[in-house]
Design a protein around this ligand. Structure first.
Ligand SMILES: NC(=O)c1ccc[n+]([C@@H]2O[C@H](COP(=O)([O-])OP(=O)(O)OC[C@H]3O[C@@H](n4cnc5c(N)ncnc54)[C@H](O)[C@@H]3O)[C@@H](O)[C@H]2O)c1
Length: 265
């Protein structure tokens, strides 16, 4: 997979899956806008890419702000002159939920957690997609990859807004794909399982991490680079006939029914 002469933008690229995607795209010859709420982390990642001989620009932006979405695309175009790839990936739980204290059943869920989660997890993806499409349609070429989750395919206890947002991202991906195929634009999403990033490790207790490992047939958490490999495949010409897909990469977790084993103990 090479991205020579291609230019992209990754949100939430200061950490975890987005960081790995930005670095992977840069390593393979592409130029990349490293967008993150944490501007210092964005600078760090862009610096790493440039030090390795790649092309990158760091952009501090809050994807929940419509003006920041416009700004991140304008700066990307000012820097690179075109846009071939967008990875809508940023997410952060509200502060209260990061400590686990705001996890709540639907019956007790707050508007604050609901609204924040939908803003960053869904509305930002919609706004970014809309802006990317305007650029890509004029080029008659482009690839969008959204980060959904297996939480968009199945239900978790205590994070209803996240489950709802990620399910909506999967269907927004499909709509984007079918409406824009005629313009030479592909749109897919990835559905990661449990991945070893600050988002998961910061919001799950060590006991929860052990339970994740038990639930995953491969017996371990995924690595950010393993998700980036899927994103980069979908962004590449190798996936030229793939659009509207929700690509599960979860170590086998959702392959299971959850029923007890029929095999003898
Ligand atoms: N880690 C997992 O187990 C897992 C599983 C399924 C899906 N995902 C999804 O993967 C994506 C990336 O998460 P990660 O695990 O790499 O987490 P991460 O915390 O390592 O990275 C997320 C990045 O998004 C940035 N961010 C948060 N809010 C932002 C905002 N408003 N504007 C701009 N940037 C913002 C953060 O600063 C952070 O750098 C998310 O969409 C998440 O829902 C993660």
């Amino acid at each position: 997979m090479r991205f020579d002469g291609k230019f992209g933008l990754v949100t939430g690229a200061g950490s975890g899956i987005g960081r790995a995607t930005a670095i992977g795209f840069g390593q393979r010859g592409g130029g990349i806008a490293v967008v993150d709420l944490n501007g210092a982390n964005a600078e760090k990642v862009a610096g790493e890419i440039k030090q390795a001989g790649g092309k990158a620009v760091a952009i501090g932006a809050d994807v929940t702000r419509a003006a920041d979405i416009d700004m991140m695309f304008s700066r990307t175009l000012d820097t690179f002159g075109r846009l071939d790839f967008v990875h809508n990936n940023a997410f952060g739980f509200p502060a209260a939920l990061r400590t686990g204290s705001a996890a709540a059943p639907v019956a007790d869920a707050t508007d604050e957690v609901w609204n924040h989660t939908l803003e960053v997890g869904l509305t930002a993806v919609f706004r970014s997609t809309r802006r990317a499409l305007a650029i890509m349609r004029s080029q008659r070429n482009g690839v969008i990859v959204n980060t959904a989750s297996i939480s968009g395919l199945r239900a978790d206890y205590g994070i209803a807004a996240y489950n709802a947002a990620k399910a909506a991202v999967i269907n927004l991906t499909r709509v984007t794909a079918i409406e824009n195929a005629r313009y030479g634009i592909r749109c897919n999403c990835i559905c990661p399982g449990a991945i070893e990033t600050p988002l998961l490790v910061g919001s799950a207790t060590p006991q929860m991490i052990d339970r994740f490992k038990e639930a995953i047939p491969l017996g371990r958490l995924g690595k950010p680079e393993e998700m980036a490999n899927v994103v980069l495949f979908l962004a590449s010409e190798l996936a030229s006939f793939v659009t509207g897909a929700a690509f599960v990469a979860d170590g086998g977790q959702t392959a299971k029914t959850g029923s007890p084993s029929f095999l003898p103990e």
